[in-house]
Design a protein around this ligand. Structure first.
Ligand code: G3P
Length: 221
């Protein structure tokens, strides 16, 4: 299972990459809007920093422009995945791009049947938004389970990328559902790192070790 960082913040990426647990990054226009005006440089830096896939979303609206912009985004770096929101008018664009070998992440997926359509087109990632479904009183995790089942049932090549993860149980359940990828905000990853029992355990080991009055574990050289 892959873990992506859901951020466009270079400091956050720099902080997490050395941990070795980050397999990629997802960005979107909202995340990029927080990082200043030189978006191209921000994206080039991210692509260089990240060893795995970096999703970059189109901002054009007209299908012809979406196609052109997708090609430009794809040419930025080898690890780029072009993110395109689900829409009926973008299906032919997505079909053409996948046939041309451009890797696509279809975003803003809110139903099983939307996911089915783009799985049929051979996209690399399908991104259901858990938190935003919960926001409207629909169980986002139910959709995750259904999508994992659908992809397995029909042996689609697309990977399910759980997005809009807002809290620990969203991530926990996504893992149990068997998603291929979860994209996680850095703040949430930080929260997951400390566990009171681990901290207590370390304290107890330290106290017991001090009781022995020894300094070196393996004796002095
Ligand atoms: O990966 C998509 C994610 O950034 C959306 O999250 O919390 O804005 O619904 P949220």
């Amino acid at each position: 299972m892959k873990i992506f960082l859901d951020t466009a913040n270079r400091e956050m990426i720099e902080r997490w990459i050395p941990t070795g647990i980050i397999d990629g990054v997802t960005t979107n226009p909202s995340l990029l809007s927080k990082e200043g005006k030189d978006t191209r440089q921000v994206l080039l830096d991210i692509c260089e920093m990240v060893p795995g896939d970096v999703s970059i979303e189109v901002v054009k609206k007209d299908p012809v422009d979406v196609y052109k912009q997708s090609k430009e985004i794809a040419a930025l770096a080898d690890n780029v995945v072009v993110k395109i929101p689900f829409a009926f008018e973008y299906l032919p664009v997505i079909a053409k791009l996948t046939q041309e070998g451009v890797r696509i992440n279809v975003t803003l997926i809110f139903s099983l049947l939307q996911a089915l359509m783009v799985a049929k087109l051979g996209v690399t990632y399908i991104s259901p938004f858990i938190g935003r479904l919960d926001d409207i009183d629909v169980n986002g995790l139910d959709l995750i389970h259904k999508l994992v089942h659908m992809v397995e049932q029909y042996s689609f090549a697309s990977q399910i990328l759980a997005a809009s993860i807002r809290h620990v149980m969203h991530l926990h359940e996504s893992v149990l559902a068997g998603v291929d990828v979860a994209t996680v905000p850095p703040k949430l990853l930080d929260q997951l790192m400390s566990h009171p029992l681990t901290l207590d355990g370390i304290r107890k080991f330290d106290d017991d070790w001090k009781k022995l009055g020894k300094q070196e574990l393996l004796g002095a050289k």
